[in-house]
Design a protein around this ligand. Structure first.
Ligand code: CA
Length: 391
C-alpha cells in the first residue's frame, strides 16, 4: 500500500500514497492516476505493545557491512541533535535502549534521491485510465501472476476463506505493487524514512511528522523481529515487501499467516497474502459483494455532476442512480447498498465509468486512487481467467 495521496507512484515508486497512511480524510482526498502506490496506512501506535521488552537488538553481519558503505550513498546522520532527541523520545515511549536507537539512527543516511522522489509529479499531465491500465494489465504481469497464484494457491484459498477477500484481488494488488516481488524497492527503508523525517524537502506540504511516525514504526518492527532496522529494503517512501506496506500499516495490520513466529512481507508470500486480506477486511471488505458494476453515466451534465460529487464514496442507492438517469444492469439494480459513480478519465477521449460498491471503496483504502483500484481489480481478473483456463 502506499500512502497516498500524495503522489502515488506506481507501485514502488512512491510511497506516499496512502493507504493507510496519509493524513487526508478519505472523502475529500483527490486521486491522481499516476499514483499507484499501495497503501499504507499507517498510523502510529502500532507497535506500542513492545514497550516492555528491553533486549538489545542483534546486529547482523550483513547490516554491519551495509553500514560501512556510505560515501557515495548519502551522508550518515551520526549524532545530529534532532536525531538524538528523536532516539530518546522513541526509547522512552517504548522502553527501548536509547544507546541502541542512537546507534541505529546514526547509521541512517540522508538520501538526496529520496528528497527528489517525494516531490509531486509535474502538473498538467492528463489522467488516462487506458494508459494506466496498460501498464499493469499486460501479458508479462499476467503470466507472473499466474505463477504466483499456482505457487501460493493454498494461502490464497486460506485467506479468502478467512477474510472473504477473493484470491484474484490479492493477486491483483501484489502484482500492481511489486510485480510479484520483482520490484520491492531498492532503498534502505531506514535511510528513506530518516531522510523524510529529518530532512523533508521544501516545496510541498511538509509530511515529516508522518514519516517520523513511520520511522518509529520501523524501529519497533526491527526490535520485535530482532533484526537491524538497516536491513529492511523498501521504496523511496519506506514501503515494505511484496504488498508495500508502510511500517505503521505493517505493525498494525500485517499478520503472521503461516504462524512461523515472524511477520516477513519480503520473503514470505503467505504472510503477504494474509496481510493484504486482513487489511482489506479491516477497511470494510464485505464477502461476496462485487467491487463494481457497469453503468451508463447520465447524459445530463447536472445529473452526472450530482452523482460524481461524492467521488468514490458510495452515496446513492440504485434507485437514486436511476432517478438521475444512470443506467445500471439488473444485478446492480438489486444491489443492497450504496453505490458511487466512478469516473476514469481517458486523456482526450471519453471517460470510462463504473458504479463502485463499498468493496471498491475498501480497495481504495489500500491506495487512494480509483485508477489504482480498477487496475488491481482488472489485473486480478485477467490472472484468474488464465488460471482457470489452464485447469
Ligand atoms: Ca510468518
Amino acid at each position: 500500500m502506499s500512502l497516498a495521496t500524495l503522489a502515488p507512484a506506481p507501485a514502488l515508486a512512491q510511497g506516499v500514497t496512502q493507504g493507510p497512511t496519509a493524513a487526508k480524510s478519505p472523502a475529500t482526498a483527490r486521486f491522481k492516476a499516476q499514483a499507484a502506490s499501495p497503501q499504507k496506512a499507517g498510523s502510529k501506535s502500532a507497535g506500542a505493545k513492545t514497550s516492555a521488552r528491553k533486549k538489545a537488538v542483534k546486529a547482523t553481519a550483513a547490516t554491519a557491512a551495509a553500514a560501512t558503505t556510505t560515501a557515495s550513498a548519502g551522508t550518515a546522520y551520526g549524532r545530529r541533535d534532532d536525531v538524538l532527541r528523536f532516539a530518546a523520545e522513541v526509547a522512552a515511549r517504548h522502553g527501548l535502549e536509547p544507546a541502541t536507537l542512537e546507534r541505529q539512527l546514526g547509521e541512517a543516511r540522508r538520501l538526496p534521491s529520496v528528497q527528489r522522489l517525494i516531490m509531486p509529479p509535474p502538473a498538467g499531465t492528463a489522467k488516462n485510465w487506458a494508459a494506466y491500465r496498460d501498464r499493469f494489465v499486460e501479458p508479462q504481469r499476467i503470466q507472473a501472476g499466474l505463477a504466483f497464484w499456482r505457487a501460493h494457491e493454498r494461502w490464497l484459498e486460506a485467506a479468502e476463506a478467512r477474510w472473504g477477500v477473493p484470491a484474484s484481488l490479492i493477486v491483483g494488488i501484489i502484482g500492481v505493487e511489486t510485480f510479484y516481488g520483482r520490484h520491492m524497492g531498492s532503498f534502505r527503508a531506514l535511510d528513506a524514512l530518516a531522510t523524510l523525517a529529518f530532512d523533508f524537502p521544501p516545496g510541498r506540504r511538509d509530511r515529516s511528522e508522518f514519516f517520523r511516525s513511520e520511522l518509529e514504526n520501523l524501529l519497533l518492527l526491527a526490535y520485535r523481529e530482532q533484526v537491524e532496522p538497516a536491513s529492511y529494503m523498501g521504496s523511496f517512501a519506506g514501503a515494505l515487501g511484496l504488498p508495500q506496506f508502510m511500517p505503521g500499516s505493517l505493525n498494525r495490520w500485517a499478520v503472521d499467516f503461516d504462524e512461523d513466529g515472524h511477520i516477513d512481507l519480503h520473503r514470505n508470500p503467505a504472510d503477504a497474502i494474509g496481510s493484504v486480506a486482513h487489511y482489506l477486511a479491516a477497511f470494510g471488505w464485505v464477502r461476496d459483494m462485487p467491487t463494481h458494476y457497469a453503468v451508463a453515466a447520465p447524459v445530463d451534465v447536472s445529473d452526472r455532476a450530482v452523482l460524481l460529487a461524492p467521488d468514490i464514496l458510495p452515496s446513492f442507492t440504485p434507485a437514486q442512480f436511476a432517478q438521475r438517469g444512470a443506467e445500471l444492469p439488473e444485478p446492480a439494480r438489486q444491489h443492497d447498498g450504496l453505490l458511487a459513480l466512478v469516473e476514469l478519465q481517458n486523456g482526450d477521449a471519453a471517460p470510462s465509468y463504473v458504479a463502485g460498491t463499498s468493496n471498491f471503496y475498501a480497495v481504495t483504502r489500500y491506495n487512494w486512487s480509483s485508477y489504482y483500484a480498477m487496475a488491481v481489480i482488472e489485473l486480478g481478473q485477467a490472472v484468474r481467467r488464465v488460471y482457470r483456463a489452464a485447469q
